[in-house]
Design a protein around this ligand. Structure first.
Ligand SMILES: Cc1cc2nc3c(=O)[nH]c(=O)nc-3n(C[C@H](O)[C@H](O)[C@H](O)COP(=O)(O)OP(=O)(O)OC[C@H]3O[C@@H](n4cnc5c(N)ncnc54)[C@H](O)[C@@H]3O)c2cc1C
Length: 432
């Protein structure tokens, strides 16, 4: 049986790992000249390492923890997550709803009053049609509009009214009133973020978590698939090669998958076009100072700041930077559907440096040792109100064509690395 996996990311290797348990070695095709997908890491000549977006492993699944640990032969950093927020010149601990201490008094008072008033609405099961309704019910209008709706607009590139709530899970902490009050009265609060501890490979960046899985597939890089004939069970590549398969597992983004399959019905194409995803411009900066922040990453709410989140990769592993230096990775979000990217990624570098200076993270005395920018064409799936119906049409079609889809962009969900890996494993089980 020949099994082909498209995409050499977490999901692809999850599938390869599961197949290896049954002595099946799949052939894996990857469009890029490197493997890892979103979990790839790039080592620059100046000694800085940046991942394809800030990546840490915070899985609670002990089996995955063990597999990743074996993959790096036990060499990983184990860190307690520290996260903060920047809002209009104030730095507060994350999440804001339980860390209001130090914010303007009138704002804190209003948030608390609305939080108390809302308790009844919450208990009576308010009518929730979208993410905005959910935020109002959970937190009240003032908090919702000042924090999560501002952040959401930057991160998802669309407004909360246009989003569903089926992605929330544990992502947004919903406290009781005593936690809100405690956080408003005291600068020191318990850690309630869904990421409490995380692990990160000590050497060579996040991609090292794939070390152990590499030999499990016959991997072909620089192999972009541009055509799939599901009747003849044949793939076509951009360099005119072809390959046949018995079973096909795809981890590539659904809109791309539908584009490359022959003779897809118009309603399925139309549905695939409705699936929205953000693009991310990553701006990587290195400086000659290692103590930048006590946090591992920071969220930025103000619309006038170009970035949505800034991470500090030298805090994940000291080997991510040359000695006595520090690093920033800023994420800037765009989407074809709601906020098209209007410039080249490298044109974002100077605006990012300016904003890092404006909020005090880069000082005038710092020397910049590294600056680079990279576009991530598929970042976060946007859970807009069109997603659910469109996804059903696309998935039903793929089921019908016997193409197994997996991973963040095959399932078109909010998957973290462990979930993408397991999604690949499930796809492999289903072909077996
Ligand atoms: C900015 C950002 C930060 C994140 N941070 C974290 C984090 O801290 N922790 C965490 O656990 N998760 C994090 N995630 C989620 C994590 O990256 C994903 O869950 C996971 O990497 C997805 O793996 P995948 O294999 O499903 O997809 P991908 O990694 O995208 O793999 C798909 C592969 O398919 C290839 N491909 C596409 N088209 C073709 C084609 N036509 N032919 C051949 N190959 C093709 C792509 O090049 C890619 O390598 C983050 C995601 C983003 C965007």
């Amino acid at each position: 049986m020949s099994v082909i996996i498209i995409g050499a990311g977490m999901a692809g290797f999850g599938a390869a790992y599961q197949l290896s348990q049954y002595d099946v070695k799949p052939v894996m095709f990857e469009a890029q000249s490197y493997y890892g997908g979103h979990t790839a890491s790039f080592k620059y000549k100046d000694g800085f390492i940046f991942d394809d977006g800030p990546h840490i492993s915070f899985t609670k699944d002990e089996r995955i923890q063990k597999l990743f640990a074996e993959s790096v032969q036990g060499k990983y950093e184990l860190l307690q997550a520290r996260v903060n927020n920047y809002w209009q010149g104030y730095w507060i601990k994350h999440p804001a709803q339980v860390n209001l201490f130090g914010l303007p008094k009138d704002l804190v008072k209003q948030i608390i009053l609305e939080f108390i008033e809302n308790k009844e609405r919450k208990q009576n099961g308010a009518d929730i049609k979208n993410y905005k309704d959910w935020l109002y019910v959970q937190f009240g209008k003032t908090f919702a509009e000042t924090f999560p709706m501002q952040y959401g607009k930057k991160y998802h590139t669309t407004v909360a009214e246009n989003m569903s709530t089926d992605w929330l899970g544990k992502r947004i902490y919903t406290p009781d009133i005593s936690e809100v009050l405690e956080g408003a009265l005291s600068p020191s609060t318990p850690d309630v973020h869904y990421v409490d501890h995380f692990r990160y490979p000590t050497e060579n960046g996040f991609v090292s978590y794939l070390n152990m899985f590499l030999p499990l597939a016959d991997l072909h890089l620089d192999s972009k698939i541009i055509g799939i004939n599901t009747k003849r069970k044949e793939l076509r590549f951009s360099d005119n090669r072809t390959a046949g398969y018995d079973k096909l597992i795809s981890s590539i983004p659904l809109p791309e998958l539908i584009q490359v399959i022959d003779s897809v019905p118009p309603d399925v194409r139309e549905a695939a076009e409705k699936l929205a995803c953000t693009k991310c411009v990553l701006v990587n900066i290195g400086i000659d100072r290692s103590h930048i922040s006590d946090s591992h990453w920071s969220y930025f709410y103000d619309q006038e700041y170009i970035f949505t989140r800034v991470s500090y990769p030298h805090m994940y592993s000291p080997n991510n930077v040359p000695e006595e230096s520090g690093s920033f990775q800023a994420e800037l979000y765009y989407s074809d559907k709601y906020k098209p990217l209007d410039r080249e990624p490298r044109e974002c570098i100077e605006p990012v440096i300016n904003d890092l200076k404006k909020c005090g993270l880069i000082k005038e005395s710092d020397t910049i040792l590294h600056k680079s920018a990279k576009l991530v064409p598929y970042a976060n799936v946007i859970f807009d109100l069109e997603r659910s119906n469109a996804l059903k049409i696309v998935h039903e079609y793929l089921d019908d064509q016997n193409v197994k889809y997996c991973g963040r962009y095959g399932e078109w969900g909010y998957h973290w690395t462990d979930e993408s890996f397991k999604s690949g494993e499930n796809a492999a089980r289903s072909v077996l």
